[in-house]
Ligand binder design. Structure first.
Ligand code: UD1
Length: 423
């Protein structure tokens, strides 16, 4: 298992380009089984979660391969409707295949998904919504067996604007008879990207980005070309890295309006940020200040995925910052590692109180999940001395060549291959 060895204290300077959005490419790859034809999807990040999704597609009988940042899927030969436990456990997003397989074949057999351990991550809404569309769902030997002779469109009222449930319903509804309307739908940009893919494939779907999405089922779908939107969380991570280390960085290929909730917090902390059409320029040249309480919310609120990266920044800001995590219950797992670096953080349930200290000190820390792992890298960049971040396989589920990008901006970061002793 490799580690990142980071010498803190280098300021970051220069220009980098952001990768395509992980949370878009995964559901869109699942959607690629719907047309029984070809999907050419560009701006795909090269991530372990994406590789895992390609494995699932091949397992289902599709042809799926990558050429640079383009992924080609030919789903005409799809001949399976089940995903093994081993493949499902590799990541949470595999649950999105349920709605897609059901729509394509009328039945789906999958086990419970894996993914980051952020506390209970139920899929009750996914299952409930598919039942609402007419599917029967049983649990047999640890597998979820989902069947529908016929899916019928209807009004679905989500109790929580779940991103995954919204996506699953959109996919299943493409094969439903009539109109499906999702009320209290998630409004994340990745949902709008899924809509753009589905529309390009010939589905009449509207409303993504608002709380009501309408899908007309039963259209004949065609081959499709689609470009994935930029990854807003990776953009935020590069900005947080610059904020923590100091310096001046331009990030290209971004959608500034997707990250407004975070940009305003960073400005409040004292970063100077300039937004252009598809670029963001950030400068951080003095000690930052604490900010008003940050409450994570569904989009367009402050994203839960940005909470840990921002916490790493606020560890050394002047004053006390408060975080309230409203989406996932177990999202402060990196706090104990940040404390090993000298941070002053108190956690009480969903609330974290961060008293800024003048400095963090490099040490050995362990990433246990994706965004918390990125937070440790951010903290290490601004810390005094050397840090070694282990568990980077969690980070690489969502960041393409994070070490290479940061090194390109002047960071002192090396990937160290740790050989496992032979038995
Ligand atoms: C997606 C993102 C993840 C992000 C999250 C919230 C992907 C691949 N992942 O995850 O990076 O952090 O949105 O923005 O896109 N819930 C239920 N029952 C359900 C489904 C969800 O109670 O059936 C709850 C969850 O426990 C959580 C909340 O709803 O408290 C939001 O979860 P959801 O929006 O579904 O997140 P994911 O789709 O898993």
């Amino acid at each position: 298992m490799d580690t990142f060895v980071i010498g803190g204290g280098n300021r970051l300077y220069g220009t980098t380009r952001v990768q395509g959005a992980k949370n878009s490419v995964l559901p869109i790859l699942a959607a690629s089984i719907l047309n029984g034809g070809i999907s050419e999807i560009s701006n795909c990040p090269d991530l372990t979660d994406v590789t895992c999704t390609l494995r699932i597609l091949r397992h289902l009988g599709c042809e799926a391969y990558r050429d640079g940042d383009v992924i080609y899927v030919d789903s005409s030969g799809m001949n399976k409707n089940s995903i093994s436990d081993r493949l499902m456990r590799e990541m949470r997003s595999s649950i999105i295949f349920m709605g897609a397989i059901l729509a394509r074949t009328g039945s789906a057999i999958i086990s419970y998904p894996g993914g980051c351990n952020l506390g209970a991550r139920p899929i009750d809404l996914h299952l409930w919504a598919l039942r609402e569309l007419g599917a029967t769902i049983d649990e047999v030997g640890g597998y979820i067996v989902c069947k529908a002779d016929k899916l019928v469109g209807k009004d679905i009222y989500l109790s929580i604007p779940s991103v995954g449930a919204t996506e699953n319903i959109m996919l299943a509804a493409t094969a439903a008879q009539g109109t499906t309307r999702i009320h209290n739908a998630a409004r994340e940009p990745e949902i709008a990207d899924l809509q753009a893919y589905l529309r390009a494939a010939g589905t009449n779907v509207t409303g993504a980005g608002t709380s009501t999405i309408q899908i007309e089922g039963g259209s004949r779908l065609r081959d499709v070309k689609h470009r994935i939107i930029p990854d807003r969380i990776v953009t935020i991570t590069y900005m947080a890295a610059t904020a923590a280390a100091g310096g001046e960085v331009t990030i290209e290929g971004v959608e500034p309006q997707h990250i407004s909730a975070v940009t305003s917090v960073m400005r409040e902390a004292g970063c100077v940020i300039r937004e252009e059409r598809d670029r963001i320029h950030i400068r951080s040249d003095r000690r930052l200040r604490a900010v008003k309480p940050i409450r994570t919310m569904p989009y367009p609120g402050f994203p839960t995925d940005a909470q840990s990266p921002l916490m790493a920044v606020m560890c050394t800001a002047e004053g006390t910052s408060v975080f309230v995590e409203n989406i996932f219950e177990n999202r402060y797992r990196c706090a104990s590692e940040l404390m090993r670096m000298g941070a002053d953080i108190r956690i009480e349930g969903r609330v974290a109180v961060v008293c800024g200290v003048p400095k963090l000190y490099g040490t050995k820390v362990a990433a246990t999940e994706l965004r918390g792992g990125a937070a440790l890298v951010i903290a290490a960049l601004g810390a005094e001395g050397e840090s070694e971040v282990s568990g980077i396989e969690h980070i690489e589920r969502g960041y393409e060549k994070l070490d290479v990008v940061l090194k390109g901006l002047g960071a002192n970061i090396e990937r160290k291959t740790v050989s496992v002793p032979e038995e």
